[in-house]
Design a protein around this ligand. Sequence first.
Ligand code: LLP
Length: 425
Amino acid sequence: MCAFYRDDSQQLCVDGLSLAEITATHGSPLYVYSGAGITEAFTQFQAAVAPVSGKVHFAMKANSALGVLALIGRLGGGMDIVSLGELARAQAARIDPASVVFSGVGKSDDDIRQALACGIGQINAESIPEVAAISAIAADMGVVAPVALRVNVDVNPGTHAKISTGQRDTKFGISTDQREASDLYRVLCDDPHIRPAGLAVHIGSQIRNLAPFEAAYSALLTLANELRNAEMPVPNLDLGGGIGVDYDMAGPTDFTAYGKLVERLFKDQGFTLGFEPGRAIIANNGVLVTKVIYVKQGDNKRFVIVDAAMNDLLRPTLYEAHHAIWPITAPQPSIGKADIVGPVCETGDYLGLDRDMPNLANGDALAVMSAGAYGAVMASSYNSRSPAAEVMVLDGKAHLLRGARPIAKMINDESIPDFTAAAKN
Ligand code: LLP
């Protein structure tokens, strides 16, 4: 069932609370997440992959609010991270470091050192120099680093170019074309400071059909079996994330077919599996509520100017992404198309273009749907705007996860050089 639904009086609600009540308390613009929806998505994903032995590491780049991470942690989730900032968040949310996988193409020495110091479960390495750096740091620290190799199996995921990672000409993974991947895996096996943890693959995001997953996973399996045949241990296969969601209907994702594919390919093959879903767990369990400031009739177009902007939700601007936009109160008939735009001084600052919209006026609220993933985490303070606060509804109560960052605090974090002293030197 959809986490966001209309009640008998057509108010848009989440877990028994109307978005109107929540925004009356917490203001606008505001991210609102459904704790029940996140729980359902995460447990359904776990159930879909239950026939194979594996662990789900939520890709927290999709949403790293501590309240969300802690909820997923309570459901048995580990975390997929890409920075020390994300590691600190995992720790703050009391996730066991042994259940954390460190991905990413550019880990610094400091990243590697701190990850090893806290007892990270797995580092996914992507290049020859990265493996060398991990080995040297582990030797220096007197520890053995658990390292998997992220491979590039040259599969086109059929998604937006900016979120495709599976093809050869992207920066991701180590090629399986020649012998690069198997030669580097041999290096892992021969290094006393490294424990070879297996292989990893992640071909992209918002993938809406299973064929690219099947191609990538089959290639991974072939390589893993080749390595095993050459007497190299391959305990774990990390299958990445990437499962897409329905941005039109904002409904839940069915993981059954994905689970069946994984079962068909990997059951009884003797590997433990790792999964890194991000978007599919949370995109459709979050909305961005925004209020109309003005309605402006241009020569050819109606502009609905709202209080959320590209600094709150960058996806439409950056990827031409489509998010459904619904009134939060009883929907009225459309009076024609409108662009829903923010106050930021860029033509690219929009949340939706050419949408059928009813007559709207100052103070009316809209919900930008499917905004739970890659929404708040990609926010910025562009135009010195404070990014929208985040609230999660759990058991019929709205909990503030993070308030809007006060402008005064942003200004206090900065300093002005002493120009008169500089001029004297
Ligand atoms: N694992 C790795 C190594 C990744 O790079 C990613 C996403 C994931 C897992 C999770 O993928 P998901 O299940 O969420 O598709 N900002 C973009 C999406 C960027 C995804 C980056 N990597 C957007 O708003 O569409």
